[in-house]
Design a binder for this molecule. Structure first.
Ligand SMILES: [Zn+2]
Length: 276
């Protein structure tokens, strides 16, 4: 579990907090609890955003369903093949009660570490995401078996696609050093599903950036990812490849912003931290 938090304060003193956590999802109740707690330290509830990476290989929390019975709760049930969600709900409730205060503390800690920063926004692309409504995975795999150029050309895949990777880059005022990068990409975190415990491609993307640049915090902000799956999938090497490719693109974008459009947004005070 890796909640990353980004408190931000603009020139007028208005504060906002973004918390990203590697979970299957967060319920309205969790969001309300976090917002209520953070409101006590000077952040309006509407200015607190809590997002999950939606990794299917991460824990479930109470009142979070993905629509399938086997995703997201492997960590709470060591024998998922013989345990139903109903049987596991006490474990899920206990986990939810444990993790929620950590999210609140993450925001509290970050608000105590604000520093001057500048934000800019940019867009890059990645073509891993495949429209899951208009492409049947089993049929795609069959086509790929008989066509060695299938994945390099992807001509037989049906759209529409959204391949934009949105980036928000934070730099220290003065030095211009990159403090962090937040990113959003509309791709379901289902390279592995419930076959293992993993942050899936978003977790790998964040950790690959932070492994190369420990001074930089990477933050995944999940968007409308449900209509696109990462294909091909179901192997750890593919998961690592997708995550590392995202990380590489972020770092390239941050280091050579002339490669794509980066718009300066505003100056603010910012703190980026990671808790594991
Ligand atoms: Zn899902």
């Amino acid at each position: 579990m890796s909640p990353s938090r980004v408190p931000r304060q603009d020139a007028a003193g208005t504060r906002a907090v973004q918390i990203s956590v590697e979970l299957l999802g967060v319920s309205n109740e969790m969001v309300a609890d976090v917002r209520a707690a953070v409101a006590g330290i000077g952040v309006e509830p509407a200015a607190v955003r809590l997002t999950a990476t939606h990794t299917h290989s991460g824990p479930s929390t109470t009142n979070v369903y993905c629509g399938c019975v086997d995703c997201g709760w492997i960590t709470l049930n060591q024998k998922p093949e013989s345990t139903t969600r109903e049987q596991g709900k006490d474990d899920i409730a206990a986990y939810t009660a444990w993790v929620t205060p950590l999210l609140i503390q993450a925001a509290v800690d970050a608000l105590e570490a604000l520093q001057p920063a500048a934000l800019s926004h940019g867009v890059t692309t990645c073509d891993v995401a495949v429209n899951r409504r208009n492409n049947v995975e089993a049929e795609v795999e069959k086509m790929a078996e008989t066509d060695p150029n299938f994945w390099s050309q992807k001509a037989a895949l049906n759209g529409p696609f959204d391949h934009d990777v949105e980036l928000l880059v934070a730099r220290a005022e003065g030095s211009g050093a990159v403090l962090g990068v937040a990113f959003g990409y509309a791709c379901h975190a289902t390279v592995m599903g419930a076959q293992s415990l993993h942050g899936d491609w978003p977790g790998r993307a964040m950790s690959s950036v932070e492994a190369k640049h420990p001074e930089v915090v990477a933050l995944h902000i999940n968007g409308c990812s449900g209509d696109q799956n990462p294909l091909p999938r179901r192997t750890i090497p593919l998961l690592e490849k997708y995550g590392d490719e995202h990380g590489r693109r972020f770092l390239t974008t941050c280091q050579w912003p002339c490669c794509l459009t980066l718009y300066d947004l505003t100056s603010c005070s910012l703190a980026l931290q990671v808790r594991r």
